[in-house]
Design a protein around this ligand. Structure first.
Ligand SMILES: C[S@@+](CC[C@H](N)C(=O)[O-])C[C@H]1O[C@@H](n2cnc3c(N)ncnc32)[C@H](O)[C@@H]1O
Length: 378
């Protein structure tokens, strides 16, 4: 199978897969390949935090022109996966001189599939772009064509706990990936001081308690497949839930906007995580560390691309608050505003390149020491 992910998360996704028991795990660009049986396919979809989608390849062949594409697609026995009363859709990624339009590849492949049914039965399955019974993925790389079934459906960042919002929420997979990259393991107190709709808090709590990332998700694509095995799915879910662990510290969220606080509380409740997380309305810049021991902080502050803020002042206040009010803290944040980083006035001990959507960003770490107003400061 192929698990797709975001730039920069390939190694942690590979590690997640190994921890779950995947075989022959290999990393690629924004993807990791692995082997596993049907139960493992269910497990990977339910448990992985940094996968966007899991594809199950069913056929590979060489393509030289539209005829060989049509023949290749027709060589698959589609009655194994579809019937006349089922619907499907085809997603394509094309990176080849032979075809320059992915839409054209999708159209040709659709013809090959419906012609197979027409010849057999005189009828054909229909396309449904929004709620198909089967999502087919065609990937053409030069002359290699790989046909897969999309086992997940909607991207796996749709965890099922977040309701609609007007706050700019961070992608759940990006949030979970940053937490895993930063080494968050639930062994101290946690703070997201600008929590918005609470995504980072929810992902942090699920990592701390080893709760499967997609336990609240409403649907996976494989539930509509001919070989759907509800008992196996329940068994896999139960065995994952047996591995949850206790959490002995606190997870706190602040936001200065009352609407964000209300939204975050809603989402955390939806995720059944309210027993682990406290959220209150605060301006981070007027707060002080509440924790005795080490504090772990991870957040995504505004980048200034649409918010009306004085960026220089805002990022300087982040640095000043770290220095003056948060001793003994590992503070991480992501920003796509590389200029603004200069104003923090502290030297980051780590800088990791990531993307937030299309925006190139940096995940930065600041280590603030106990009792030192100097430390690693610039
Ligand atoms: C980019 S959003 C965070 C989104 C969040 N990670 C999510 O997934 O929804 C930035 C948040 O910082 C909050 N904020 C801005 N300045 C703040 C401050 N001084 N103290 C606390 N929160 C602040 C904003 O209200 C906004 O909700």
């Amino acid at each position: 199978m192929i698990a797709k992910t975001l730039f920069g998360f390939e190694e942690i996704l590979a590690q997640e897969l190994r921890n779950l028991g995947a075989q022959k795990v290999e990393t690629g660009v924004r993807m990791v390949s692995f082997y596993g049986d049907k139960g493992f396919m269910y497990k990977a979809n339910i448990a992985l935090r940094t996968a966007l989608k899991i594809l199950k390849p069913i056929k590979e062949f060489r393509v030289f022109n539209e005829q060989s594409l049509y023949k290749g697609i027709q060589s698959i026995d589609w009655t194994d996966f579809l019937s006349n009363n089922k619907t499907f859709v085809i997603d394509t990624t094309v990176n080849s001189d032979i075809f320059n339009h992915s839409q054209f590849v999708a159209l040709k492949a659709k013809d090959a599939i419906v012609d197979q049914f027409r010849e057999l039965t005189g009828q054909r399955p229909n396309i449904d772009k929004d709620f198909p019974d089967l999502r087919i993925n065609i990937h053409i790389q030069k002359e290699n064509c790989s046909v897969s079934l999309d086992t997940s459906g909607n991207s796996l960042h749709h965890r099922g706990y977040r309701t609609a919002t007007n706050i700019a929420p961070i992608n759940e997979v990006l949030a979970a990936g940053m937490l895993l990259l930063s080494g968050w393991d639930g062994q101290c107190d946690f703070l997201d001081p600008m929590c918005g709709s609470g995504t980072i808090l929810a992902e942090a709590a699920m990592i701390a308690c080893n709760i499967p990332a997609n336990i609240n998700r409403k649907e996976f694509a494989f539930e509509k497949w001919n070989d759907w095995d509800n008992d196996l799915f329940d068994k896999v879910t139960d065995s994952l839930l047996k591995k949850t662990r206790d959490f002995h510290y606190t997870i706190t969220g602040y936001d200065k906007a009352p609407s964000a606080v209300a939204k975050a509380k809603d989402n955390i409740k939806n995720a059944n995580l309210d027993e682990y997380i406290n959220i209150s309305q605060e301006n981070f810049f007027t707060t002080k560390k509440q924790t005795e021991g080490k504090l772990f902080m991870l957040f995504n502050p505004p980048y200034g691309e649409r918010l009306d803020i004085d960026l220089e002042r805002f990022y300087r206040e982040i640095g000043d608050t770290f220095k003056q009010n948060y001793p003994n803290t590992d503070a991480w944040f992501i920003t796509a505003n590389l200029e603004a980083l200069k104003f923090v006035g502290l030297r980051p001990s780590r800088k990791i390149k990531l993307f937030n959507g299309k925006l190139e960003a940096r995940l930065v770490k600041y280590e603030i020491y106990e009792g030192s107003k100097k430390g690693k400061y610039m």
